[in-house]
Write a protein that binds this ligand. Structure first.
Ligand code: PMV
Length: 362
């Protein structure tokens, strides 16, 4: 879609060295993307809230290479200030795959300095913030060198497209408040190739939503998202699941527009349980939930019944619980977490987050 062999630098007029830095957040899916085809194409539409505190800062430094080697991209990679071979190898493979889109990458010496505001692989989607930050740096680099992405909507669409190629869910992190990824008649302009903004349609109550992430375990996941998606191909419930996701998507969209918290909570919790049920009935079957995940879920349900407060849970592909609630009950909910939920968290660790305005260039 974005292949462009003309994006090559003129060696008789080389650019000055420079650098670009983006801070990009993670996002939490309400309707989950689980199952894909082709190159990172989703089997069903998904929608997420964009977070604020869980983010990745990425700086991309560039310098024109007088004698560009036609083979490999010249990359140095630092994670939290230290060279990281594993991340470098992954990033190089990603950048190589993007050469038809950004052919000028071969003409530059590149240095990436990156770091997260949260522990790596804590089950907070570091791939979403990391890949969206990198995609934004690459699009800004293209624009700095060629002036080709001046229109903000074009810019966001391309950044979302590139982020998707890095990690599917990352394409939704480009937009403030909320984003939809996956073609659906319910959202005009939606696409499997990139996410589209949904913030303008979101009821005000959701713009002031919190997501306190209760870290049940920081251990690396036993089954990666990539393998999890692949297992959906042989899952006997897959087709029913994709149909269900579409149905829930339509109902949730209406609740997000109207501010209907009860419908929102019901669907979001059902989605979390479905995601993990799909894992449990994959072949081979696996479980990412931990006993403490279930204890927290029970407590949240009890608390809601007793107090009537609109506090809901969701889960990513991991054991940690995302607690979603409107900002006006923050004091009550924080007290509840402190008194009843913290004991189930590893080292009492809770990552406090909230719905945010999306990435920023820094
Ligand atoms: O973006 P991936 O390939 O890591 O998949 C993420 C899948 C979920 O986080 C479980 C759901 C979602 O839509 O974000």
């Amino acid at each position: 879609m974005y292949e462009n062999p003309r994006l090559l630098l003129d060696s008789s007029n080389p650019p000055e060295p420079g650098h670009i830095t983006w801070r990009s957040p993670s996002n939490i899916a309400l309707i989950k993307y689980w199952g894909k085809y082709g190159v990172q194409m989703p089997r069903n539409p998904s929608i997420s809230l964009t977070l604020a505190a869980s983010c990745t800062d990425t700086m991309l430094e560039y310098e024109f290479l007088e004698a560009a080697d036609d083979g490999e991209i010249d990359l140095s990679f630092y994670f939290h200030g230290e060279e990281n071979e594993a991340f470098k190898t992954k990033t190089l493979a990603f950048l190589e795959s993007l050469l038809p889109v950004f052919p000028f990458l071969k003409q530059l010496k590149l240095t990436i300095q990156t770091g997260n505001s949260f522990p790596h692989s804590a089950g907070i989607a570091s791939s979403a913030s990391g890949m969206s930050a990198l995609a934004l740096c690459l699009c800004s680099l293209e624009d700095a060198l060629f002036g080709t992405l001046k229109d903000p909507a074009d810019y966001d669409r391309k950044a979302s497209y590139i982020a998707r190629l890095g990690s599917g869910s990352a394409c939704r992190s480009i937009f403030s408040y909320a984003a939809v990824w996956g073609e659906t008649p319910a959202v005009p302009g939606s696409s499997n190739e990139f996410a589209v903004p949904f913030g303008d349609e979101l009821h005000e109550i959701f713009k002031n939503f919190h997501d306190d992430i209760l870290i049940v375990s920081q251990e690396e996941k036993a089954v990666s998202s990539r393998d999890g998606h692949a297992l959906m191909d042989g899952n006997p419930y897959a087709e029913a699941r994709y149909a269900q996701a579409r149905q829930r998507f339509d109902v949730l969209l209406e609740a997000l527009r109207s501010g209907d918290l009860a419908t929102f909570g019901k669907i979001v919790e059902d989605e979390a349980m479905t995601l993990h049920a799909l894992m449990m009935c994959s072949n081979p079957s696996y479980t990412l939930l931990r006993p403490n995940t279930l204890s927290i879920i029970e407590k949240v349900r009890d608390y809601r019944t007793t107090t009537g407060h609109p506090v809901y849970f969701t889960l990513d592909a991991g054991p940690n619980v995302h607690l979603l609630y409107p900002g006006d009950i923050i004091h009550e909910v924080r007290a509840f977490i402190e008194d009843e939920l913290k004991e189930y968290c590893e080292d009492g660790y809770i990552q406090q987050d909230w719905v945010g305005e999306g990435p920023e260039e820094i």
